[in-house]
Design a protein around this ligand. Structure first.
Ligand SMILES: [Zn+2]
Ligand SMILES: [Zn+2]
Length: 536
């Protein structure tokens, strides 16, 4: 690094400069963890280093990106809720940028795995991968990169989820809800705002159990782990009863008692009583092997043998693999699901009309906590709440979070894709972490036909609007102009972070000045101050 040649006094002052630059960057809404990338401009034949935003979705990581992401989500929610025409959904071919991101993601994964194999920390790699995943989603691809790599296991019919007893309507091929006409001929487009919570695990006051001895932490932990499956079931049942292809925009948040709950904007309407009936009838059975009897713990743990797998340390017997354990479950006539999850009776269903202040308020409410992690609802000044959270994390510690969770060893089963070095209580999945409290799924759930646009397209809308306001043509960038490459760690061509942040701030400042001038011109014209504020 060039910094080596600087006098010691200046070198020592650098970290302070960096902190100051980060604070200034935050004030200006500039990404504080930019990812440097090398790009070749094929028009000029020049390589340059460019910062791309980290794309963090959580405030704690990069408030600037988190805030921008929240605004995009609000725009997405608003645009889809009361659509009056069917959205046209045609998945696009992956473009250059998307393909590049996926390749880059593969490189990062390889380096992360290498670091892991060498016993080095992987925190930075994990953070980088998370950032790239967010970029990939924002680049318009749906879902994760890995997707489904193995064919889904077919279950015996007996193990199928029983269909709850609910009224059924003939399906019509529409995603739009009904409209109603008032006597003066005006059309109303009513929709729903639904809040679903989990059942009680014991009495609580201010988010803290009155008696932690009797509070059902084990159940709370399993419910949180499988919450997203229950939400899927609810949507399936909702569509079956509603008789049309119901679309939704939902967010998962934490209640004060640290259980996940769901807010859902639904396009179209059903009678409130029917929605409550659907929620009450919805459940999900977790057909996993039993995990209630501890087989191995402490220093009595399964041992790995190359080419064989995990063995019983005392007898040398090979433990059943994940697939064998599932087969065993299938043939056992008396088997019961490991867990059955249902909603609690605190279900809130509210009718909302398109374009009313009420609808706006719901959208703000839906996105209110999007920039916080689930664990952030914790009141850290309150020792009782801290203890409650610690007990929840403890309950999650040995609970299997997925078929690949090392915790299966505790119950005498080899986890799926077993490999050496696994130990119960040391699963690194998000679900076990205090930030997630069991729920490691997506925070925003948007059905495929919610709006006509991907998040990337909503981003483009914003850009178009700003360029129009600035009186500049919005030319589609030439997708073949740049070739992108990752920057190796420690590349001396990357300037110190403080300098990169301050450069971005200066750019933002120029832009804001320009917007302020426009605003002055706009006084008395069509452009309102709030319109301009929205762009900033
Ligand atoms: Zn950022
Ligand atoms: Zn796990």
């Amino acid at each position: 690094m060039t910094e080596r040649s600087l006098p010691r006094a200046i070198r020592q002052a650098m970290p302070v400069a960096r902190e100051v630059a980060v604070e200034v960057a935050k004030q200006y809404g500039v990404c504080i963890r930019p990812i440097p990338l090398r790009r070749l401009d094929v028009h000029t034949g020049r390589w340059e280093i460019v910062d791309v935003p980290c794309g963090a979705t959580l405030d704690a990581k990069c408030p600037s990106c988190a805030k921008r992401n929240r605004q995009l989500r609000m725009a997405q929610c608003r645009e889809g809720w009361h659509l009056d025409q069917e959205p046209a959904i045609t998945p696009d071919e992956p473009n250059e940028e998307q393909r590049w991101l996926v390749e880059f993601r593969a490189d990062l994964q390889a380096r992360r795995d290498q670091a892991d194999a060498l016993g080095e920390g992987t925190t930075d790699w994990d953070a980088a991968i998370e950032g790239v995943d967010a970029e990939i989603n924002q680049a318009g691809m749906r879902g994760g990169v890995l997707g489904r790599t193995v064919p889904k296991r077919t279950r015996s019919t007996r193990r199928r989820q029983d269909a709850p007893n609910l009224p059924k309507h003939r399906m019509t091929a529409t995603t739009l809800g009904r409209t109603f006409e008032s006597s003066d001929g005006k059309a109303y487009r009513p929709s729903l705002f639904v809040t679903l919570t989990l059942p009680s695990y014991g009495k609580v006051r201010d988010g803290v159990p009155l008696d932690h001895e009797t509070y059902d932490y084990a159940r709370a932990a399993r419910d949180a782990l499988h919450f997203s499956k229950l939400v899927d079931r609810f949507v399936q049942n909702l569509r079956r009863v509603a008789g049309y292809d119901v679309q939704y925009f939902a967010t998962v948040e934490s209640q004060k008692r640290l259980a996940p709950h769901l807010h859902m904007a639904i396009r179209g309407t059903l009678p409130r009583a029917e929605v409550k009936q659907i929620a009450a009838a919805t459940y999900h059975q977790v057909w996993w092997p039993p995990a209630d009897t501890v087989v191995f713990e402490g220093s009595h743990l399964p041992v790995w043998e190359d080419g064989t797998g995990y063995l019983d340390p005392a007898t040398g017997e090979v433990l059943p693999t994940w697939d064998e354990a599932l087969d065993q479950l299938d043939t056992d006539e008396n088997a019961t699901p490991l867990h059955v999850i249902r909603f609690g009776d605190q279900i809130d269903v509210k009718g909302v009309l398109a374009g009313t202040p009420d609808a706006d308020q719901c959208i703000r409410y839906l996105s209110k906590y999007l920039t916080k992690s689930l664990g952030d609802s914790l009141d850290t000044d309150n020792p009782a709440q801290r203890q409650h959270a610690a007990r929840m994390v403890e309950a999650l510690r040995f609970e299997p979070c997925s078929p690949a969770c090392p915790n299966w060893l505790r119950y005498g089963i080899q986890p799926k894709h077993a490999k050496p070095g696994m130990a119960p209580g040391r699963c690194r999945s998000k679900a076990h972490k205090p930030d997630h409290l069991g729920y490691a799924g997506r925070r925003v759930l948007v059905s495929r036909k919610w709006s006509n646009k991907t998040l990337a397209e909503h981003k483009q809308d914003r850009r178009t609007w700003v360029l129009e306001a600035l009186g500049q043509p919005d030319e589609a960038p030439d997708p073949h102009r740049y070739i992108w490459k990752p920057v190796p760690a420690g590349d001396a061509n990357v300037p110190p972070l403080a300098i990169r942040l301050l450069r971005s701030v200066a750019e933002r400042q120029r832009w804001r000045t320009h917007m302020a001038q426009l605003q002055a011109q706009a006084d008395g014209q069509d452009l309102s101050a709030t319109d301009l504020g929205r762009a900033a």
